[in-house]
Design a protein around this ligand. Sequence first.
Ligand SMILES: C[S@@+](CC[C@H](N)C(=O)[O-])C[C@H]1O[C@@H](n2cnc3c(N)ncnc32)[C@H](O)[C@@H]1O
Length: 254
Amino acid sequence: MTRASYNDIAQWYDQFLRERPVYMEVILPGLLTLVGEVEGEVICDLACGQGWVARELARRGAQVIGLDLAPNLLALAQRYEVQEPLGIGYVQGDAQHAEGLSDQQFTGCVCVMALINIPDLQATFQSVRRILKPGGWLVFAIPHPCFESPHAQWTSLSDPEHPLGRTVTGYFDERQWFSSNPDGVRSRVGDYHRMLSTYLNQLAAAGFALERALEPGPSDRQAERVPGNREVPTLLLIRAHLLDGPQAENMSRV
Ligand SMILES: C[S@@+](CC[C@H](N)C(=O)[O-])C[C@H]1O[C@@H](n2cnc3c(N)ncnc32)[C@H](O)[C@@H]1O
């Protein structure tokens, strides 16, 4: 299969999002639990894609700006904004620098299923730090790094209560990878696999404190599609907030 960027697969990805129950039935409820009340919040949707998360937050009263690298996805986001005006602004840019966004512009930032597509995690957390006001929060969702790693496979088991297991190998090998599943996103654009500790340590090094983590189980429709999700989580969602200067310095020394 030819390797693509999200810009090349914008229409396909828009359709994919609408067909997969995991986005609305698993990611969204988890995200809203971690974000909480958004009325009055000024939120950056970092790597917003076609803007579905930005719209969900704006409908709930947040002021939202989305940033993404892919102009074709941003064009779709703008089209949705014309159909349903929610006051969302969209900026084209690279999350690793977020140059189109100002220092301390936002009270919060969400980043959904995108850190895995961005090569420099530390630079990305640093740019989130820069655009957040003091004490600002970050909520991100990623495919679970412990179970969605390059060689992970479903395995049939003889236990009738737990008929499927997940075999994980190559966990320590942090690198970009492409899956062999022709129906998925990863075979097209690839993912950067990182260990769980890399996410947590780099978050701390950028001056964030972990507040809460979720490993949601599947909805009924998601479990029908991927029965193994009844056994192991497919997603990890994290909420963290910015520490103030001296606290952040202590954390980055740990
Ligand atoms: C799996 S999609 C997720 C999009 C959206 N958050 C969602 O939930 O549908 C990954 C997104 O990351 C964006 N992306 C990849 N690298 C980026 C970068 N360096 N800066 C900003 N966006 C980037 C892609 O264009 C794509 O929209």
